[in-house]
Ligand binder design. Structure first.
Ligand code: AHG
Ligand code: MN
Ligand code: MN
Length: 359
């Protein structure tokens, strides 16, 4: 029987799964890598596939509606939030290289015991973002960040110390949008890449290689119901965008799921804002498992993210669930925002800070 020799790589080159991509990235950028990171990431992709299956059948599986519990923010936990959280806790729990995790749905960080030194990574996540949209069939998502376990951290230490790291420490960050298709977008610090879940093979396949944010977009994205309580500088900036100050009148797109609003901003450009409001004077979004991942991805794609004063990635976290204002967008919109919030900063310095962040 004649054997057929298939030269490596002669298979269909258009199909690159996320696992292959991560291994290729690791070979390219950290040749000494042991594949341990891709083993970790496979835990996240598996958990999101489990959640995706539930999202697609939400109306049929009675996962809509409240699970009865409330999370630490006194927000009613919808069943899908709880399921998505349990999927991630389980899939990461069986990865011996994950030492500590933190989730929007759990008040405290969780340290997996019995790791005896194999734990190398910390994972923080929002298991289901945009949960208020589940039962009206609007896109929801999952957001995650991966950090190194701080050197010298021991099982006697408080696990919160392992998760309270600045965004610049992220090894990787990503999100999944359960939308018209299911797309995972991630970065390991070498560009931003998107993968679409192919249900026929149950794999995330490369669909958006090296995503770059457009220099300027056409939309701003904010919940204008809070207009009166936005700080004045935000209202001035948005009025500037709306009235053609940047050479065109911006439209408004706002879905109410950060992952969906950010994904559109990443691909089409523009700016997303969740400013301080009277209801949430510190902003509503959470620094650790929403803003940091979005900021890392935005900067890797040529954009920028700030809390109105500081680069998001440089904020020193003090609490797992701490909130932050978030303004994230393309270069033009963010440079213009910088002019509004720091008019006294001479352009050069401001430019340096921004350009430094945008390199
Ligand atoms: P989550 O469902 O994880 O609590 O996140 C919801 C967040 C975010 O997804 C979205 O941008 C924001 O809430 C919308 O808030 P408003 O409804 O106040 O606009
Ligand atoms: Mn969220
Ligand atoms: Mn959530």
């Amino acid at each position: 029987m004649k054997t057929r020799h298939v030269a490596l790589g002669s298979h269909d080159p258009t199909i690159v799964t996320i696992q292959q991509h991560i291994l290729q990235e690791q070979r390219k950028h950290s040749p000494h890598a042991t594949g341990s990171f891709s083993w970790l990431l496979s835990g996240i992709t598996l958990a999101t596939k489990m959640t995706e299956a539930r999202v697609r059948r939400a109306g049929l599986l009675d996962v809509i509606g409240e699970a009865g519990g409330v999370n630490i923010h006194a927000e009613k936990q919808q069943k899908l939030d709880v399921y998505a959280d349990e999927a991630l806790v389980h899939c990461l729990g069986v990865r011996e290289n994950v030492a500590v995790i933190a989730s929007e749905e759990n008040e405290e960080a969780i340290m997996f015991d019995g790791r005896n030194g194999t734990g190398k990574y910390v994972v923080v996540f929002d298991p289901l973002d945009g949960s208020s949209n589940i039962d009206v069939n609007v896109s929801v998502g999952t957001i995650f960040s991966i950090f190194p376990l701080p050197p010298g951290f021991s099982t006697e230490d408080d696990e919160a110390m392992a998760v309270l790291q600045r965004g610049t420490q992220q090894l990787a960050a990503g999100y999944v949008v359960y939308g018209s298709s299911t797309i995972m977008v991630y970065t390991t610090g070498h560009g931003v890449h998107g993968f679409t879940l192919d249900p026929s093979i149950g794999a995330y396949v490369l669909s958006h290689e090296d995503i770059r944010m457009p220099e300027q977009g056409a939309y701003y994205s904010s919940n204008d119901a809070y207009w009166e309580t936005f700080p004045e500088v935000y209202r001035d900036y948005l009025t500037f965008l709306r009235t053609g100050g940047m050479g065109r009148r911006y439209g408004l797109r706002y879905i109410g799921s950060l992952v969906a609003d950010f994904h559109r901003t990443l691909l089409r450009g523009g700016v997303f804002l969740y400013p301080p409001t009277d209801k949430d004077p510190q902003g509503k979004l959470r620094l650790l498992y929403e803003a940091n991942a979005v900021a890392f991805i935005a900067e890797q794609a040529g954009g920028f993210a700030t809390d109105g004063r500081r680069r998001i990635l440089e904020i020193e976290p003090t609490g797992i669930h701490q909130r932050t204002p978030l303004v994230v967008g393309g270069r033009s919109e963010m440079e213009q925002f910088q002019r509004f919030v720091q008019p006294d900063v001479t352009r050069l310095d401001g430019q340096e800070e921004l350009s430094h962040a945008l390199t």
